[in-house]
Design a protein around this ligand. Sequence first.
Ligand SMILES: Nc1ncnc2c1ncn2[C@@H]1O[C@H](COP(=O)(O)OP(=O)(O)OP(=O)(O)O)[C@@H](O)[C@H]1O
Ligand SMILES: [Mg+2]
Length: 233
Amino acid sequence: MHVSRLAAVGEMAAGVAHELNQPLAAVANYAQACERLLGLPAPDLEEIRDALRQITAQAVRAGDIISRLRGLTRPRDSIGELTDVNALIRELADLIESDARVHESNCRFELTEGLNPLTLDRAQIQQVVFALVRNALEALDESPLGAREVVIATSRATDGDILIEVRDNGPGISPDIVQRLFDPFCTTKMAGTGLGLASSRTIARTYGGTLEHRPNLPTGACFVLRLPSPARR
Ligand SMILES: Nc1ncnc2c1ncn2[C@@H]1O[C@H](COP(=O)(O)OP(=O)(O)OP(=O)(O)O)[C@@H](O)[C@H]1O
Ligand SMILES: [Mg+2]
């Protein structure tokens, strides 16, 4: 276990180094460009301003990566408040629907009424749902127009746990990464960080819950967030 943990730390460090290297190299390049531009007899202030904006954007990006990394390990700091899971999803509906429009996809809500309220930090669970929906919409970009659909469903499992499911009819998880799906920095996207599922699973676990993937039939991916009923915690 110790060895495999060390290996995981090594992989993680390599991932962090890689992710942070890009914005840091960009900051250094733009800063050098500024210095060079300022050395010209008639410096183009607009060009310098552009370079400075890039520096800000890249620094914000690096900061964002670090704060998302913290999310992988941070223990739950608030136990939260009694929350209706459907209400938490309805609050996100506008955001999800507008994101779906951008990805030319349809989204559907199948919310089961009468679920027991759970003690949660609603923002954390919303972050998980949104990360799953984002992934679904990004996957659907590869599917033909017209058929693209994301379903966000809530239900009660037979043991009383509450289930939140996000399903899509996209291409499904690539077989190359299905084993590593929840590992930090596992990504197939050009602009992806690979932290969405890893931090979502950490959040699920802080509530004694789970986050699992299963294939959606006939095509696509389904992610199930299981939150234990208060009686089982
Ligand atoms: N619904 C889905 N359909 C197909 N592949 C998916 C789906 N959800 C996740 N994946 C695959 O799992 C990988 C990891 O997802 P994750 O959300 O952790 O990272 P990411 O989306 O690549 O980057 P980030 O969320 O940090 O922007 C994705 O790159 C993608 O290949
Ligand atoms: Mg993602």
